[in-house]
Design a binder for this molecule. Sequence first.
Ligand SMILES: [Zn+2]
Ligand SMILES: [Zn+2]
Length: 160
Amino acid sequence: MAHRARPRPGPAGDGVSFRLTGGCGCGAVRFEINSPLVSASYCHCTRCQRRTGTGSSANARTEPGSFRVLAGEDRLRAWKPGGGAEKWFCGDCGSALYSRSPDDPLQIGVRLGAIDGDPEIRPSARQYTAYTAVWEAIPDDGLPRYPESAAAAASGADAS
Ligand SMILES: [Zn+2]
Ligand SMILES: [Zn+2]
């Protein structure tokens, strides 16, 4: 399947045309995002390492209300650790898809790797660098590094 991000008319018909699509590896779960992503960052926290099996995870905050699951809602599963965002994934293939605030279901952070094509945003920070994997050095990319949550230093929820 060749899914690509392609601008389409917004649902309100107000002339705004922005649409990203994405989904899991097996194709059961599909979603769309109808507003530009708000911010993006790499998360080096231990939970992101566990849920992805990698050293860090690239996540982006969505505009509240802009994220919608199109297909496969019944396949979705979540890891809901205490004191953090719910981590939603495809129960069939295990693909990490998005995070959701347990306090506000409109606060959703999407995994950049789950998006089709260009997400039209780039990670601009690295957070939880105090927990960086010992086996992978942080690249010298000039991005600001936050030992703990970047959300604590800026506005908005932790999208990890
Ligand atoms: Zn899947
Ligand atoms: Zn994280």
